[in-house]
Design a protein around this ligand. Structure first.
Ligand code: CTP
Length: 210
């Protein structure tokens, strides 16, 4: 099967030397790419900036901004069987990126932000993707309810949801504990390394019925 996986944070520039980003390490997405390759699949990883090595045998497109990630996914989606959108895409970006470094002036500086394009939400409606679609959801409460709502709204086959309020798992850590949310049931994956969680997610992804 052909997998497309997004990973890492995005960087939304404010001026030539500054950007808005988040604490995503990219580990979950890279682990998914490695696991899918390990299982013999063809894998394309589209990632924002991380310090990780691209797993051997995985095709790679580096991006920085949400818009670049959106464009790369749109360009590469044809022929993909399973898309796993794991990236922690910035939801907002500065409306303007200053051409020169912003110099300090007043005591307060107000930034105007605008929504970035929703890659997951565009997969069906804009890109016409018909393969298996897996999204991620990071929640601090009502994990199942919010995850199921996302599953329906974004026309996904499965949502991998985690509770980011729990210490030691998820964002920027080596371990994760997730719930796989399907239209009619859930599967709990106990806390484990992201590599082990990734193998289980890939196993589930490959057996989603058409
Ligand atoms: N995602 C995306 N493009 C964006 C934002 C998010 O593709 N511009 C994807 C992520 O890769 C992930 C899922 O959407 O698969 C997360 O959905 P989102 O609604 O952004 O999640 P939260 O930030 O958890 O949701 P909310 O803002 O609704 O709390």
């Amino acid at each position: 099967m052909k997998f497309l996986i997004t990973a890492g944070p995005t960087r939304e520039p404010l001026d030539p030397v500054r950007y808005l980003t988040n604490r995503s390490s990219g580990r979950m997405g890279y682990a998914l790419a490695g696991a899918a390759r390990h299982e013999g699949h063809e894998v394309l990883l589209i990632s924002g900036p991380t310090t990780l090595d691209v797993p051997a045998g995985v095709d790679f497109i580096p991006v920085e901004t949400a818009q670049q990630m959106y464009d790369a996914v749109q360009d590469m989606i044809k022929g993909v069987d399973v898309a796993i959108l794991c990236a922690a895409v910035a939801d907002y970006r500065p409306v303007v990126c200053a051409e020169q470094k912003i110099k300090k002036q007043a005591d307060k500086l107000v930034l105007e932000l605008e929504r970035t394009p929703d890659i997951l939400g565009s997969m069906r409606s804009v890109f016409g993707f018909e393969g298996k679609l897996i999204g991620f959801a990071a929640e601090t409460n009502d994990v199942i309810a919010y995850g199921r709502d996302k599953l329906v709204r974004k026309k996904c086959d499965m949502i991998v949801a985690n509770d980011v309020s729990k210490p030691g798992i998820g964002f920027d850590s080596r371990e994760n504990e997730v719930v796989l949310i399907y239209p009619n049931h859930e599967v709990y994956l106990a806390q484990d390394t992201k590599e082990h969680i990734a193998l289980q997610i890939i196993e589930h992804a490959t057996i989603i019925p058409s």
